[in-house]
Write a protein that binds this ligand. Structure first.
Ligand code: GLV
Length: 333
């Protein structure tokens, strides 16, 4: 008797290596357009028969979707963050949820540094100016920025990515502060980072970089009050999730010069709406959520997501299980 391979829905084309592995182990359908996610109706229709779902941050996996997918056994997210997934709802239905931690740590830390340096040294503004034809001569006062070397860097969230950002700061001779609900004496010793409560970190840092997951506790962690505590010369970098920062309050602070600049890869709404005030501000460097977007890392993330999916569909415990609580109940059920 031949057993037919499990049906899987994939919400975006993946790099070739991951697609080949999917083809070997599953009977999959894929949403073919790279630049836009499947419309909600399409997603709900496609998951109806699926045992596995490979999805991105753009897919809302909630009770409605899970109820539309009675045969679903695993949701494999191609990202480390999974705030688009209602994990409790998945667990309640015995659906495994997996993510791709670790492989994107260094690439995302590189991106945070790229934004930090670009905002500090006004690189994006300088690029626009150079192209504009307005450049007249070498000027003593042209595009003066902020020194990164020797400055104080405040890291909000000292997880894997926050620690990788701290490691890079050593080359810039920086003083390092961190705030995290979990004290990390091991990293304090290894990286020379000093714990500070959020208020002190905000007051003392020249650069503040955010590396927290998005949870109810971290939503608008940086709001009007927190921005007011920052130095007028400070620069805020966010490569985590947009809603960790109150974006309207940030735009206001940048416009008033209450802080000097920002480097943002993530936004409260993505894509950022065309009328968002941030788009008018020269002291904000903006990128379209590309923190982990290197060729090698995106390939690893996709391959890892497929490995998680295939393991789960084979009845094996997937290597990167977000909801281990769903594992025994599924086995028992
Ligand atoms: C990207 O934002 C991720 O969470 O991997």
């Amino acid at each position: 008797m031949t057993v037919s391979p499990p049906r899987v829905y994939v919400s975006r084309p993946l790099p070739a290596a991951a697609m080949e592995r999917l083809a070997r182990h599953t009977d999959f359908e894929v949403w073919e357009r790279q630049e836009v996610p499947p419309p909600r109706e399409e997603l709900l229709r496609r998951v109806a028969r699926a045992e596995g779902l490979v999805c991105l941050l753009t897919e809302r996996v909630d009770a409605e979707l899970l109820d539309a997918a009675p045969r679903l056994r695993v949701v494999s997210q191609v990202a480390v963050g999974f705030d688009n997934i209602d994990v409790a709802a998945a667990t309640a239905r015995g659906v495994l949820v997996t993510n791709t931690p670790g492989v994107l740590t260094e690439t995302t830390a590189d991106c945070a540094w790229a934004l930090l340096l670009a905002a500090a040294r006004r690189i994006a503004e300088g690029d626009r100016y150079t192209r504009s034809g307005r450049w007249r001569s070498w000027e003593l006062q042209l595009f003066l920025g902020r020194d990164v070397h020797g400055a104080t860097l405040g890291i909000v969230g000292l997880g894997r990515i926050g620690a990788a950002v701290a490691r890079r700061a050593r080359g810039f001779d920086m003083r390092l502060l961190y705030y995290d609900p979990v004290r990390r004496p091991d990293l304090e010793a290894e990286l020379g980072v000093e714990f500070a409560d959020l208020e002190r970190l905000l007051r003392e840092s020249d650069f503040i970089t955010i590396h927290t997951p998005l949870t109810p506790e971290t939503t608008h962690l940086i709001g009007r009050r927190e921005l007011a505590l920052m130095k007028p010369t400070a620069i805020l970098v966010n490569t985590s999730r947009g809603p960790v920062v109150d974006q309207a309050a940030l735009a206001d602070a940048l416009r008033r010069g209450a802080i000097a600049g920002a480097g943002l890869d993530v936004f409260e709404a993505e894509p950022i709406p065309p009328d968002d005030p941030l788009l008018e501000l020269d002291n904000a460097v903006l990128t379209p959520h590309i923190g982990s977007a290197s060729v090698a890392t995106r390939t690893r993330m996709a391959t890892m997501a497929v490995e998680n999916l295939v393991a789960a569909l084979r009845g094996e415990r997937p290597p990167n299980l977000v909801n281990p609580e769903a594992w025994p109940s599924r086995r028992g059920g």
